[in-house]
Design a protein around this ligand. Structure first.
Ligand code: AKG
Length: 240
């Protein structure tokens, strides 16, 4: 059955643990249409990364313009209205495939950087990075606390094909210095999510993922939403 209501206990889990799994946000035919749309995209340019280990498309909604119409279902809009009653915008979208038997592993980290349209001298913003695809910056913690990520799973995902591992509650520790991360990663949960399900997570949640030992792919649409506007002079690069 499709999830059309984000329950108060799910909202509480997101607040307390920094993540929650919604087992059914999209129907099988919707997932098939999403996959078909992504697979038709011509893979070229700095936003595409394809190797044996990973296939990623950054600025996904810019690179695959038809995708938003397929993603923007009534259950997604209902969920967003509950998460952000004051309204929100998409601020980042990525497609990840961890292909069968991929060696791609992701070390423990928090999602500290946001994508912006330019460099600007602003208190609390930094460090900055500039890559071919654009400028990113670490914003003040309050900006990160406002963001909610929705990872839509296009395949059944479990520990064998690289499910995300998280440290429940770690989003409440602020920015964890690199040297302290190991000490924070003792109590770990592996987030299995079925195809059509979604994992909601806060950017400050410590997370990682293992190599795949399975013959199954692990395809995910990663969407970040925020209600806040950035200070004058700075804009979310992928805002829509
Ligand atoms: O999908 C994964 O396995 C890791 C992705 C990740 O860590 C991220 O998006 O920050």
């Amino acid at each position: 059955m499709q999830t059309t209501h984000f329950t108060s206990s799910q909202a509480q889990q997101l607040q307390a643990d920094g993540f929650v799994i919604l087992p059914s946000l999209y129907q099988p035919d919707e997932i098939a249409a999403l996959l078909q749309c992504v697979e038709k995209a011509p893979p070229s340019g700095p936003n595409f990364r394809r190797s044996q280990e990973v296939f990623a498309i950054r600025n996904l909604l810019g690179e695959v313009p038809g995708l938003w119409t397929l993603l923007n279902t009534t259950p997604l809009r209902t969920l967003l209205n509950q998460l952000f009653p004051q309204g929100c915008h998409v601020v980042k979208a990525i497609y990840f495939d961890k292909p069968p038997l991929s060696n791609w592993l992701v070390a423990w980290h928090q999602d500290l950087m946001i994508n912006v349209d330019r460099r600007a001298e602003l208190p609390g913003f930094g460090p900055w990075t500039s890559k071919p695809e654009g400028v990113s910056v670490q914003p003040p913690v309050a900006v990160l606390e406002d963001v909610c990520t929705i990872r839509i799973h296009l395949d059944d995902c479990d520990a064998s094909n690289g499910a995300l591992k998280v440290v429940p509650g770690s989003h409440q520790s602020g920015v964890v210095p690199m040297a302290d991360i190991a000490a924070h990663t003792r109590d770990v949960t592996v987030c299995a999510v079925p195809a059509g399900g979604a994992m909601l997570m806060k950017p400050l949640l410590l997370h990682a993922s293992n190599r795949s030992t399975s013959a199954r792919p692990r395809r995910v649409v990663h969407l970040e939403f925020a209600a806040a506007e950035l200070p004058e002079g700075l804009q979310w690069r992928e805002r829509r």
